[in-house]
Design a protein around this ligand. Structure first.
Ligand code: PLP
Length: 390
């Protein structure tokens, strides 16, 4: 037998495992230190009450003969697909319910979607970015090239006509930089992808953080996007579902490559390799899209936005350069030294944990990610300590 040798080409340790190891060691060496974690992008507020009620109700149904459900449709129950469709319709994006596939989160689908594409494709990934895009393609043996996000372009790389590629990842609002593409900028990516028959994999996991109507929250706000883009979204950061697990992926019927419509390909893939998200969780997810659900998640989103403001105001006082924080839970600050060095300095001297930019790609070196997902008082305290450190 032969193993998948490509696994030897991915970096040994996943970024957050390395952070976890360093923090664990520090805490065991300094058991009394009050460590504040603004590192991993996990949420801290509980699920909205309306979601919890829906989960409980669905659990009760499952305990009764009348309400019990076994295997559900792999692509999601109609009630949730319709709820997602209405969510898009409110923003004037018309989707058909069968273009929406319910998932157990964006991460799995971002990796799984690659089943649809040949290993010979060249993949264009922005740098810095969420490490999953690179690793999943390396595991499959695809060639990965990078679009440089730098201070000069505001960490929003634009297409280069001289570079040919087949699969393009775009993450907006971006993890880790918090930068958000404008409609005009996304239009350039859509035109570029259509001009060379490439497919855009658009990660909208942080769309709910965008408050400015002038900024796009979905790639389908852009003309021509249905011909070239698949969109991934998630309730993880929008509604605190990181542990509950539910998301959705949109594969438009208009997306055709090599004469084949990709929507039935994805349906075939999902019905073969995936058995759907649990009924209970889908009922909880449905509640997110109700009026009460939207109101309640807004309270949590506003709480995180306030944390982002606390961080950016602190960095303003310090005179530190940063991007993000306005339409994103991430603040990407210049640390003016190797980012793992700054990580250790911050941990040892301020007992604050952040994420070194180098973990997100070559262009992340010298930068550092702080998240707004923490407790408000802890965030204020962390900012005080960062300011004291200078
Ligand atoms: N996409 C981006 C850009 C993320 O930052 C994350 C999680 O941090 C995900 C996707 C994964 O989301 P999910 O929890 O839905 O798998």
């Amino acid at each position: 037998m032969k193993i998948n040798q490509n696994y030897l080409n991915v970096k040994k340790s996943y970024l957050f495992t390395e952070i976890g190891n360093r923090v664990k060691k520090f805490q065991s060496d300094n058991p009394d230190a009050d460590v504040i974690k603004l590192g991993i992008g996990d949420v801290t507020l509980p699920l909205a009450p309306v979601v919890v009620d829906a989960l409980k109700k669905a659990a009760d149904e499952m305990g009764e003969k009348q309400g019990f459900r076994g295997y559900g449709p792999e692509q999601g129950y109609d009630f949730l697909r319709e709820a997602v469709r209405d969510y898009y319709l409110k923003r004037n994006i018309c989707l058909e319910a069968n273009e929406i596939f319910i998932s157990d989160g964006a991460k799995s689908d971002l990796g799984n979607i690659l089943d649809l594409f040949s290993e010979c494709n060249t993949v264009l990934v922005p740098d810095p970015v969420y490490p999953v895009y690179v690793d999943t393609n390396i595991m499959a043996g695809r060639k990965v090239i990078f679009a440089d996000g730098t201070e000069e372009n505001g960490f929003l790389p634009m297409p280069d006509e001289n570079i040919k590629c087949d699969i393009i990842y775009i993450c907006s609002p971006n993890n880790p930089t918090g930068a958000v593409y404008s409609r005009e900028e996304l239009k350039k990516w859509v035109d570029y992808a259509n001009s060379m028959d490439a497919v855009i994999l658009f990660d909208a996991a942080y769309e709910a953080f965008v408050t400015d109507e002038a900024l796009p929250r979905s790639i389908y706000e852009i003309e021509g996007a249905k011909n070239c883009a698949i969109e991934f979204s998630s309730l993880s950061k929008t509604a605190g579902f990181t542990g509950t697990r539910c998301g959705y992926t949109i594969v438009p019927h208009a997306l055709i490559r090599e004469g084949q419509t990709l929507n039935p390909f994805w349906l075939r893939r999902q019905t073969t390799k995936f058995n759907g998200v649990s009924y209970i969780i889908q009922r909880g997810a449905e509640a997110v899209f109700t009026e009460a659900g939207q109101r309640q998640i807004k309270t949590s989103l506003d709480y995180y936005r306030e944390n982002a403001k606390t961080i950016t105001e602190g960095l303003d006082k310090l005179g530190k350069k940063y991007v993000g924080g306005k339409h994103s839970p991430y603040i990407w600050m210049r640390c003016d030294m190797p980012s793992w060095e700054y990580f250790d300095l911050l941990l040892n001297k301020a007992n604050v944990v952040g994420t070194p930019g180098a973990g997100f790609g070559r262009n992340g070196e010298g930068w550092f990610r702080l998240t707004a997902f923490g407790d408000a008082d802890a965030t204020k305290e962390a900012v005080k300590r960062i300011i004291a450190l200078g």
